[in-house]
Every structure is written in structure tokens, then in C-alpha cells.
Design a protein around this ligand. Structure first.
Ligand SMILES: [Zn+2]
Length: 380
């Protein structure tokens, strides 16, 4: 494919404002790109206007997965942007727009690689499956749906195109966002014995959670330790009332040695004990995601590293990341090797004037094609 055509695909994707919703427009656009080729195209609706897309090419042979999310984070306020967020602008070798880095460049590069492979005259020596997901930025629920529906079950390897500056990300932390709500009984503060203070048990919870998780001192060689931040706290109605409502939120980044289930059990035990003492606390989670354990020794990670070194003269370095990705969900498929390798460098993710260097994007298009060929060759 001409470079201009590859850049147009990325630009077209950026022009679709798929901010936590409307991913169906991305699915529509990608469907139309594959329309003239022998490709098996399946749409998996998550909600109205929110479609995951699965595109499989090739007739037989080893099956490699490419994963990219269709959604982007918001671009507010857009007045802070130098360039309009939902219209790609190329300036001084950089392409600006929301999703340019995270991760429409990764998604576009995977699609370009697939289209280029389809254009080659030879029958493909293997198969590729694109898994384009909804809702990655708000809880990886598109990937969860595709995993549950079995779309990853027959993959022999999976590459996720999140920005890594073409290094090989082989593990990342998990995440637990939680909220504790406390209900008390409001009375005038001159007669506190008649009420129940909603704030006090919340403070006890905060203190105990901090202390228990501080004892989680296992250190992952690549990821470091578990982290815990009590990130928001709010409560009370007015200065002279016993507070009837209070809540706090926390964010925990987990590691394989101290997995989500262990942490959640500990939080639940604290809540249970406080409730046994008369508190009314409720603990809820929003989309907890497990960590991705190291993939360093998988053939896929080794191969990706090798291709980067030999074909692109890059370091092929294997690195660990902190943020969760769709890998947290796809990893539920037993023995599926997963690596995260994307063209953008990620420095401008979720920020104003997000960009990808055009040369890096184009190199990403080449990389995915080379990796697919190497994967097929190795597996055949
Ligand atoms: Zn992303």
C-alpha cells in the first residue's frame, strides 16, 4: 500500500469520535476496508452503536491474533488543543489527533498489514484475526465479551497494538478500582449519641486497608510492588449534623504474586469486621482487571523481539508496563501467549495534542506484516 493510503486510514479513524461509545462507526469503516477481499467479518454488538469487530483472513494454518481497541478517551476541553482532536493534522513529521497514539495508530497499522498481505498474490501461509474491541478505556468489557464468546480460543498467539514505541511489553499490572459507601444516621450535632456517624467507619476502613496492603511486600522483578492509593473521600451534609452519608474510592495496581482475588478478599474482610461492629459499609468494584504475568519466555515474545532486531535494527527490548490493557481479559484463555507491541511511543496518551510520529506509524505497518510472516513460518 502507498504510504499516503496508510496515512489516510489512520486519519479516517481519528476523524471518528469514538469516545467511549459509537465504536460501531469504527467497525463500519474497517468493514468497508475489507469488503473487496476474502475475509470473514463478524460484528459482535456490545450495546447499540457499540460493536466489536472480528476480521479473519487466510484459509488455513497457524492463527495469530491482532488486537486493538476502537474507543478513545475524551478530548475535553478541545479548546486546549492546538490542532482539532477529531481531525488528523500532519505537521513536522507528526500526526496529531485523539487516538493518534492510543491506539488508533496501532489499530490502523494492523489493518494496513492485513490489507497488504491480502494484496500479495500468494495464498497466505497462515491466518490472522483482528479483534477490534469496544470500551477498553473504561473497563476492557469489549475484550471480555470477545473472550467469553470464544473468539480468542483458537489463537496461537496475540499481539496487542497499544503504544510501546516498538518495544515488546511482556507484562503489566492489574487494577482494582473500588468504592466504599457508608451510611449512618443524621441528627443534630449537639446530640450525637442519637445518631450514627457515617464518616468514622470509613476512616477506620481507610486506615486498615492502607496497613494491610502495605504488608503486601512481594516485589515482582519486572513490575515492582503492589500500589494502593485512597484517591477520593467525601462525606457529611453540614457542619452541625452527624453525617448520614460518606464514601471513598481507592485505586490498587496488582501484581501476579499478589493477585486481585487476594486483595479483594482482604478488603472484604475489613468491611465485614467493621459491619460486625455496627457500621453500614458497602464495597463495590468497577471493572477489576488481573495483571498480565510475564510472557518473556514465550516463543511469541522471543519472535517479536527477534523481528524488531533483525528486520528493523531496533533493540527488541522486553519491558514491563503498569497500565492494564485488553490482555487482562484475553489472558483468561489458557496458554495463550500475549505480547503488547505498538508503533506509537505513548508519551502523549490521554493528553492534549496527542500524536504519533508518521515514520513510526509506517514502520509499525511493516512490523506487523513481518511479524505475521515470521509467526507463520515458525509455526508451520
Ligand atoms: Zn489504549
Amino acid at each position: 500500500m502507498e504510504q499516503a493510503a496508510a496515512i489516510k486510514i489512520l486519519s479516517d479513524l481519528i476523524a471518528i469520535p469514538s469516545v467511549n461509545g459509537r465504536e460501531a462507526l469504527v467497525a463500519d469503516y474497517l468493514t468497508q476496508l475489507f469488503a473487496d477481499y476474502p475475509a470473514q467479518i463478524e460484528r459482535v454488538e456490545y450495546a447499540p452503536e457499540r460493536d466489536n469487530l472480528v476480521v479473519t483472513i487466510g484459509d488455513q494454518g497457524p492463527l495469530l491474533g491482532f488486537s486493538g481497541h476502537e474507543d478513545v478517551v475524551a478530548a475535553t476541553p478541545s479548546s486546549d488543543w492546538t490542532y482539532p482532536p477529531f481531525q488528523a493534522t500532519v505537521k513536522d513529521g507528526k500526526l496529531y489527533g485523539r487516538g493518534a497514539s492510543d491506539m488508533k495508530s496501532g489499530l490502523a497499522a494492523m489493518v494496513v498489514a492485513m490489507l497488504d498481505l491480502l494484496e500479495s498474490d500468494q495464498p497466505l501461509p497462515g491466518r490472522l484475526r483482528l479483534l477490534a474491541s469496544v470500551g477498553e478505556e473504561t473497563g476492557e468489557y469489549g475484550a471480555a465479551q470477545l473472550t467469553a464468546a470464544g473468539y480468542a480460543n483458537d489463537l496461537q498467539g496475540l499481539v496487542i497494538g497499544e503504544p510501546t514505541d516498538l518495544t515488546v511489553r511482556i507484562s503489566h499490572k492489574g487494577i482494582i478500582d473500588y468504592k466504599v459507601e457508608s451510611v449512618g444516621k443524621s441528627v443534630h450535632s449537639s446530640r450525637p449519641e442519637l445518631g450514627q456517624n457515617a464518616i468514622l467507619p470509613l476512616l477506620s476502613f481507610a486506615e486498615q486497608a492502607q496497613s494491610v496492603l502495605a504488608k503486601a511486600d512481594q516485589i515482582d522483578p519486572a513490575l515492582g510492588g503492589l500500589t494502593h492509593v485512597i484517591s477520593q473521600i467525601q462525606g457529611g451534609e453540614q457542619i452541625n449534623s452527624v453525617p448520614a452519608h460518606a464514601w471513598l474510592t481507592g485505586n490498587i495496581r496488582t501484581i501476579p504474586a499478589y493477585p486481585n482475588a487476594t486483595v479483594m478478599q482482604q478488603l472484604e474482610t475489613i468491611v465485614q469486621q467493621l459491619n460486625d461492629q455496627g457500621a453500614h459499609l458497602t464495597l463495590t468494584y468497577s471493572y477489576p482487571e488481573p495483571p498480565l504475568p510475564s510472557q518473556e519466555h514465550t516463543a511469541l515474545a522471543q519472535l517479536a523481539s527477534q523481528v524488531l532486531q533483525q528486520k528493523f535494527n531496533l533493540s527488541g527490548a522486553m519491558v514491563a508496563g503498569t497500565g492494564a490493557t485488553d490482555a487482562s481479559e484475553y489472558h483468561h484463555v489458557a496458554d495463550l501467549p500475549i505480547v503488547i507491541v505498538g508503533p506509537a511511543d505513548g508519551v502523549s496518551d490521554h493528553q492534549v495534542d496527542e500524536f504519533v510520529t508518521v515514520a513510526k506509524y509506517l514502520r509499525g505497518c511493516q512490523f506487523y506484516q513481518e511479524l505475521a510472516r515470521a509467526f507463520w513460518q515458525q509455526a508451520n
